[in-house]
Each structure stands twice: as structure tokens, then as C-alpha cells.
Ligand binder design. Structure first.
Ligand SMILES: [Zn+2]
Length: 281
């Protein structure tokens, strides 16, 4: 959802690096013999991503030649990438890509692991393909689970492939009740097609983003409550609005579609809120 630069390693480079240090000679040769099937799987994956047909990919076509899926994941990913020094360098580079360790799937959590975009339990030949490895927080990794997409609309947004952060699309609205809260939703820019809009909505649901952002905004409001009340009492609603607009501006410069940007903007634009809506009256 929040874009990342595409990894610098190809599927083949990553595979060769991860299996090259395998200690058992027999196993290493078996893995090396399957290198072409890993490369071909990476090619099919990229082609399908470009054509928005990832949901049509079948696990049978994404196995390493002559190696069961379970062995492929244990040998190439767990041993070769996570636990071996050379493979680990690639793992660490992928983990380090998001600025400030912010999870690109939710824009809030801290990166703790690599999530397999297409699950490694089904698409074993992609288990060390960098394009299939997304740095993610624990909650997002868990929320996505081992589900492969079943339709074009259920392909979650891919941080390396879906660069959607050049226009505003995240919006919040003040719910005028006591206590007040913010409702978050997606406002698709005019150039988004219906498929991208559906995928973004699906992404929002899978990762529970409306609830996550609403809770975060509630905590932020709690932390500025006294300041808002002082401004209202000393100089009135216009001062409250000016303060909130300033906060929205500085957050927008840092992150166009961040939940904080949307929160401050929604509060600043709402007359009821600026007149004391946070006070619970
Ligand atoms: Zn996350």
C-alpha cells in the first residue's frame, strides 16, 4: 500500500545465493539442478503481476523440479535464506527497505518479518524470490495468512508493484457524537480504475486499516485535547482550525496518505469539531 523500491536482486540471483551454501553435497546438487525451475517461476510471477492475473496462477506450476514443496521451503528459505550468512544478507536488505521500519502494508506497524505475497506453502518455487518477499509487521503478516488471491479484486496491494502514493486516497470523517471518533475510508482518485479501487478496498479490509487508524487517531486526540481546549478558550475556533491545518500540512509533507495527515485534515475541516467537538458535549 505504501510503495517500496523494487528489490535489486533477481529471482535467480537470490535462489543461487540461498542454495549455494547448502552443506550436504547431495542436497546442494539437487537444489542447484532445480535452479531453472525457480527462475522460470519468477518469470511467470512477474508476467502475471504485470497483466493483473496473479489470481490465475496455480501452485502446480510453482514447484521446484524434483523437490517437494516442504523440502524446498526448509532448504532454500529457512536454511538458505534465513539461517545462512550469504542468504541472510539478502533477507536483511529486504527487511531494511522501508524507511523507519514502517510496515508498507499498514503504514503503522514495525517491520518484523518477510511476508510471502504468494504463500510459500503453495508456491514453493517463489520462496526466496525477492519480489515475493514483503517486509511486514506481525499483525499484517498474521492477517494475510496463507491465503492466495482467488479473483483479481482479492489481490492485496503489492508495495513493489503498486505505486499508488502519488495522489491522496486516504480520507477520514469526524463522527459527531460523544465521544467523537474518526471514520477512515478510501477516496479513489479519478484515474484509478475499478479494479484498483476494489483491490485497495480489499487491502483495507484484510489488514483492518479502518479500525487501526481510528484507534490511533483516538489516542492522538487524547494527547492534544488540553491544547485544543486552551486554544478554544483563549482565541476561539479559528485558532483551533489554524493549529489543526498546520499539523495536517506538516504531516502531509512527510506522508501524503498517512492516517495522521487524514486525521488532522478531517478535524480541521469540521466546524463542529473546531467549535469544541472533542469536549464530549
Ligand atoms: Zn503492518
Amino acid at each position: 500500500m505504501w510503495p517500496l523500491p523494487r528489490p535489486a536482486f533477481s529471482a535467480r540471483t537470490s535462489y543461487d545465493t540461498c542454495v549455494g551454501s547448502t552443506q550436504s553435497k547431495n542436497r546442494r546438487e539437487k537444489l542447484q539442478k532445480a535452479a531453472d525451475s525457480a527462475e522460470q517461476a519468477g518469470r511467470r510471477f512477474r508476467k502475471a503481476a504485470a497483466k493483473s492475473t496473479l489470481h490465475k496462477l496455480r501452485p502446480e506450476a510453482f514447484q521446484l523440479q524434483g523437490i517437494t514443496g516442504g523440502d524446498a521451503v526448509t532448504w532454500a528459505y529457512e536454511n538458505g535464506m534465513v539461517s545462512t550468512m550469504k542468504g541472510r544478507r539478502i533477507y536483511d536488505r529486504l527487511m531494511a527497505a522501508p524507511a523507519h521500519d514502517i510496515c508498507p502494508l499498514c503504514g503503522q506497524g514495525m517491520v518484523k518479518s518477510l511476508d510471502h505475497f504468494l504463500p510459500k506453502s503453495e508456491f514453493a518455487a517463489l520462496c526466496v524470490d525477492p519480489l515475493n518477499l514483503i517486509p511486514a509487521c506481525v499483525d499484517c503478516n498474521k492477517a494475510k495468512g496463507d491465503q492466495a488471491p482467488e479473483s483479481p479484486e482479492t489481490v492485496t496491494l503489492h508495495p513493489y508493484l503498486d505505486n499508488i502514493d502519488d495522489h491522496p486516497w486516504l480520507t477520514a470523517r469526524v463522527v459527531q457524537e460523544a465521544p467523537t471518533w474518526l471514520e477512515y475510508f478510501i477516496t479513489p482518485p479519478g484515474h484509478w480504475d475499478t479494479l484498483l479501487t476494489s483491490r485497495a478496498s480489499h487491502h483495507f479490509e484484510v489488514f483492518n486499516l479502518a479500525e487501526l487508524y481510528s484507534a490511533q487517531a483516538g489516542r492522538t486526540l487524547n494527547s492534544i485535547r488540553l491544547q485544543l481546549t486552551d486554544l478554544l478558550e483563549e482565541t476561539g475556533p479559528q485558532s483551533v482550525r489554524a493549529y489543526l491545518e498546520g499539523e495536517a500540512r506538516t504531516r502531509r509533507a512527510a506522508r501524503l496518505n498517512g492516517w495522521e495527515t487524514a486525521a488532522y485534515q478531517a478535524w480541521a475541516e469540521d466546524d463542529w469539531f473546531c467549535a469544541g467537538g472533542w469536549t464530549g458535549i
